[in-house]
Design a protein around this ligand. Sequence first.
Ligand SMILES: NC(=O)c1ccc[n+]([C@@H]2O[C@H](COP(=O)([O-])OP(=O)(O)OC[C@H]3O[C@@H](n4cnc5c(N)ncnc54)[C@H](OP(=O)(O)O)[C@@H]3O)[C@@H](O)[C@H]2O)c1
Length: 243
Amino acid sequence: MSLDDSATIVTGASSGIGEATAHEFASRGARVALAARSEDRLTSIAADLETEYGAETLVVPTDVRDEAAVEDLVDTVAAEWDGLDVLVNNAGLGRGGDVADLSTEDYRAMMDTNVDGVFFATRAALPHLAASDGNLIFVGSFAGQYPRPGNPVYSATKWWVRGFAHGVEGQSGPDGVGVTVVNPTEVRTEFGGADGDSFAERFEPGEVSEPEEIADAIGFAAAQDHSTVHEIDVYRRDKFEGW
Ligand SMILES: NC(=O)c1ccc[n+]([C@@H]2O[C@H](COP(=O)([O-])OP(=O)(O)OC[C@H]3O[C@@H](n4cnc5c(N)ncnc54)[C@H](OP(=O)(O)O)[C@@H]3O)[C@@H](O)[C@H]2O)c1
């Protein structure tokens, strides 16, 4: 199974799991389209991929909450690379915590990014993935598998992602599309940084997962040529301590 020459899109490629996934794909010979809002960061990461692996890249600044921008992203990549083999729906965020105190702005930020953005990208990509017998990968979360008392709305967006992904798996599997949900527990990224310390600041190396470990799982799913990797859970080893 190979990613060589695959045309791939990674949303949220400017940081964390998305950036690591872009490296994973490029190191395995894929062409990588990098999508997020931070154009400067995407441009710098693309330069790294070109230097380190000789990878072909596209930088497509995209706000996944913007339906037209997401359609442009998929159209641009499919036109430039004559199709699409892999979409990674990775862009996402968590805001706030307690429901009683959650601002409508934070609620909307999570719903618009984690739910609407995932829908827009999936809808635009599916015809291309059916044409290529490609792979559609969703970055879910442990919070989408178990209750998350610390942030019920974030958790609910990830339950939605998992539910949506498996429905799409049933609907598009017969068209040849592989669908995977990758569920991490805590990963040392910039996640959580808008509300205080990011996970990279909160956890020491070795305490929880690194983004490269999640990217490795995503790479495994993305390289499948006829099976579906239904779900991959990558947890910190002490996750169930005290349960
Ligand atoms: N870190 C964890 O512990 C953990 C655990 C389970 C699941 N996850 C999930 O993993 C995914 C990646 O998060 P991460 O941990 O790598 O965090 P991160 O380092 O904060 O990266 C988040 C990425 O999402 C992008 N993004 C946010 N809003 C966007 C928007 N409206 N349009 C386009 N891109 C947007 C950001 O780019 P821009 O700001 O440049 O747009 C950034 O590239 C998320 O779906 C998250 O829910 C994370």
